[in-house]
Design a protein around this ligand. Structure first.
Ligand SMILES: Cc1ncc(COP(=O)(O)O)c(C=O)c1O
Length: 382
């Protein structure tokens, strides 16, 4: 059977590695070796020569990531931002233009706004939930449309298939940052995207114990450009990081189902709560992107954002009073996290078109007992 005939969890657990022929080990070893012996000059035994270029543990992760996203090629990086940086450098040249979401992850915005513009790259901001807004942001020199869906932190939903058509019609490529949805809930390449990017630090790793990133594509030319920069610039994960990420991925589907169950219950509970002015969760019927999310996602994810009736101070108080939800940046781990995007993850957007509301709180709903999460939220809002 080929990988694409197998179910998602079977791929998550098996793709990329068969039991080790030498020892029978069912898990890929952590190949803690920076270099590989050659049988005569150029006589590589397993295709590996130097671990920046390739390491067998990383290769297993890369094959697994490609299988998860139903893509042909996967490349692993030292962080989500290293993957983002590689995707941008592989596809853009001075004088090119890209479209980015009006609520992109703060680090993505910061890299483009503060670094890439220094090298002659131009960008425009669009509302990715509105295809016309993206269409209107295109210019003759647009080479890339960059979207997150759901977006971080406002959980807007972009119609991937519609945006792929718009980008391709303008001769541009569509990149989807699939960090929030994960390939279990949504597979952008099957909807027409050209590149999928991940912070594997989040749901894929899933245990808040490793930082990593990934790029997946079906296009051999793009993959060759990624491989060139991965080796040439060297932002690669070490073998232990690759192992931890692979280990996390094995349980992705069961974790995601529990994240989704818990988040749906919390979103329902918070709807109409006296302390909350708005609950933002794509699974709620009143979310403006609900129908599109239903069309392209298996379920609605583990992230919820809320706006507080009492404004910024109420948001800060909520964040500092929870006991089961840990006040911390990041998301997607088994433990629940709470944060204030305006002061934390998205502080870099202050004063820009991407500035987030001051009364916004983002919840990364973990897989604990939902009764404990609900009780914690109640006491913190109380
Ligand atoms: C949507 C999204 N993309 C990319 C990144 C960057 O990933 P990393 O922190 O692994 O560099 C993040 C980090 O929070 C993110 O939320």
């Amino acid at each position: 059977m080929t990988d694409d005939q197998l179910g998602f969890s079977t791929r998550a657990i098996h793709a990329g590695f068969d039991p080790d022929p030498l020892t029978g080990a069912v898990n890929v070893p952590i190949y803690a070796s920076s270099t590989f012996a050659q049988d005569g000059v150029g006589g590589l035994r397993g295709g590996f020569e130097y671990a920046r270029t390739g390491n067998p543990t990383r290769t297993a992760l890369e094959a697994n990531l490609a299988a998860l996203e139903s893509g042909r090629y996967g490349r692993a990086f030292a962080s989500g931002m290293a993957a983002t940086d590689c995707a941008l450098r592989a596809t853009l040249r001075p004088g090119d233009h890209l479209v980015i979401p009006n609520d992109a992850y703060g680090g993505t915005f910061r890299l483009i706004d503060k670094v890439f513009t220094q090298w002659g790259i131009e960008y425009s901001v669009a509302k990715v939930s509105d295809p016309d807004s993206v269409r209107n942001a295109l210019r003759p020199n647009t080479k890339l449309v960059w979207v997150e869906t759901p977006t971080n932190p406002l959980l807007n939903i972009a119609d991937i298939a519609a945006l792929a058509d718009i980008a391709h019609g303008a001769g541009a490529k569509l990149v989807v940052d699939n960090t929030f949805a994960t390939p279990y809930l949504q597979q952008p390449l099957l909807l027409g995207a050209d590149i999928v990017t991940h912070s594997t630090t989040k749901y894929l790793g899933g245990h808040s114990d490793v930082v990593g990133g990934a790029l997946i594509t079906d296009d051999p030319e793009l993959d060759a450009a990624f491989a060139f920069l991965q080796n040439g610039a060297g932002a690669v994960p070490g073998p232990t990081d690759a192992f931890l990420t692979l280990r996390g991925i094995k349980t992705l589907a069961v974790r995601m189902d529990r994240h989704c169950d818990n988040a749906a219950m919390i979103a329902e509970h918070l709807t109409g709560h006296a302390a909350i002015s708005q609950v933002i969760y794509p699974g709620l019927g009143q979310h403006p992107g609900h129908a599109v999310a239903q069309k392209q996602m298996r379920r609605f994810g583990g992230m919820i954002s809320v706006r507080l009736q009492g404004g910024r101070q109420a948001a800060l108080d909520f964040c500092s009073r929870t006991k089961v939800f840990t006040l911390a940046e990041s998301l997607g781990g088994v433990e629940s996290l709470i944060e204030h995007p305006g002061a934390m993850t998205h502080a870099s957007t202050e004063g820009s078109e991407l500035e987030v509301p001051a009364d916004l709180v983002r919840l990364s709903v973990g897989i604990e007992d939902v009764s404990d999460l609900l009780a914690d939220i109640e006491q913190a809002l109380g």
